[in-house]
Design a protein around this ligand. Structure first.
Ligand code: HEC
Ligand code: HEC
Length: 356
């Protein structure tokens, strides 16, 4: 779209400018001034080692930008109407907007699960609510081929890219290949997605040694959180990456993890989601059951449904739920709001560019 607005020769002038600028920056050795974009995966000091296979696919500027172009490109869908970015929106930590509790795919088809946010994917070992995809590189195939998402054959996507005006050259520049193939399309998308690291909330600053980053009520909220929620929503990712039934479904309609393992003991279990940026990713739970964090806390306190697979951590004195009074709920919510990482939500690195 934006390409139509471009001056005819802007494409040629721009790289020359960047080249000049980068020369100037290198000479003056600015200490990483704000606004300078880096294309290197950096592991936050308080995070575990990433699980992503960087050995096969290390991030480069060209690969990242190509991945970004693909992420925003509706060509990846059958009728050219839906891009990854339709359902994964940066301002919502790459979750869907609250207007779409269940995401909307081609022909306005409605999905059955809430689109999760995308960040810290380099640290996950399994993807989707039920962990059905075991490598980040394969996640786009599922989205592209899902009839309620992009409803396209991955092979057709590769074909569309091969006959495109710019993509063949950009793949050659990024990966040194003469002909676009599926694995490189997936590598480019992963290069874009692994760079979505969210580790700069006020909580992070507090953990890394700035006591003024959280106020007294937030610290009290954190203490309550660690006691009642931290066994599943484990720091620093705010997930222990396991599958649990947190008593959301009264009648289990979506079998969750059981669909993958075919074990009845996994019925109604879902991947413990991270709670980073939780204030901007409403609605909550795989089935978008709740609109507000107040509703979530009411659920844990007094709405947990009993089922044989309900997690034992959510049973208190033989009864489902973790009793919390109003003040405790409020403190936990206050703490959860300190998990918003606005530098991630507004990072220009992820803005849609008008290069294509
Ligand atoms: C129509 C909406 C829609 C589109 C388009 C879409 N997604 Fe998703 N995405 C979802 C939903 C819904 C889920 C959760 C599905 C599930 O768990 O069954 C999801 C899950 C994911 C996950 C797993 C996240 C996690 O934490 O486990 C990744 C990664 C992802 N999508 C990447 C992509 C990419 C890349 C594209 C484009 C090729 C894309 N998505 C297009 C809706 C969408
Ligand atoms: C037994 C493990 C467990 C405990 C303890 C637990 N949770 Fe969860 N939580 C989960 C699971 C699993 C989900 C996803 C359930 C689903 O969607 O079906 C979840 C989902 C959530 C969500 C929605 C996230 C999203 O992206 O939609 C929030 C918010 C949340 N929990 C907050 C809390 C708070 C606050 C506490 C403490 C009062 C807590 N949880 C305790 C396992 C747990």
């Amino acid at each position: 779209m934006a390409a139509n607005l471009k001056l005819p020769n802007q494409g040629r002038i721009f790289p020359a400018l960047v080249f000049l600028l980068s020369g100037i920056l290198a000479c003056t050795e600015l200490a990483d001034p704000e606004g300078v974009q880096r294309y290197r995966f950096e592991n936050p000091p308080h995070f575990p080692e990433p699980t992503y296979t960087f050995g096969n696919n290390s991030v480069s500027e060209k690969g990242f930008k190509l991945g970004k172009a693909l992420f925003f490109d509706p060509r990846l869908s059958r009728d050219g109407s839906v891009a990854c970015a339709n359902c994964h929106i940066q301002a919502h930590a790459f979750a869907d907007s609250w207007l779409h509790p269940f995401s909307i795919g081609v022909d306005d088809r409605k999905g059955t699960r809430n689109a999760p946010p995308l960040f810290n994917l380099a640290f996950q070992k399994e993807f989707f609510w039920d962990g059905g995809v075991t490598h980040l590189d394969f996640t786009p195939i599922t989205a592209i081929e899902s009839p309620v998402e992009m409803d396209e054959h991955f092979g057709n996507v590769v074909q569309k890219l091969r006959v495109h005006r710019d993509y063949p050259e950009r793949f050659e520049d990024a990966f040194g290949i003469r002909k676009i193939t599926g694995p490189y399309v997936l590598h480019a998308l992963s290069q874009f997605m692994v760079m979505m690291v969210s580790a700069d909330s006020r909580y992070d600053r507090w953990v890394l040694g700035d006591p003024s980053a959280l106020d007294a009520e937030e610290v009290e909220g954190l203490t309550l959180f660690r006691k009642h929620c931290g066994s599943c929503h484990t720091e620093p990712l705010f997930s222990d990456l396991s599958y649990r039934n947190n008593g959301i479904q009264a009648d289990i309609i979506d079998f969750g993890r059981e669909i993958i393992t075919e074990q009845q003991e996994d019925r109604g279990k879902f991947k413990v989601p991270s709670l980073r940026n939780i204030a901007v990713t409403s609605p909550y739970m795989h089935n978008a059951a709740f609109r507000t964090l107040e509703e979530v806390l009411d659920h844990y306190s007094s709405g947990v449904n009993y089922h044989t697979t309900l997690d034992p951590a959510l049973v208190t004195k033989g009864r489902p739920g973790i009793p919390l009074d109003l003040a405790e709920k409020q403190k936990i919510i206050t703490f959860l709001e300190a998990l918003t990482d606005s530098s991630f939500l507004k990072n220009p690195l992820f803005f849609q560019s008008d290069e294509m």
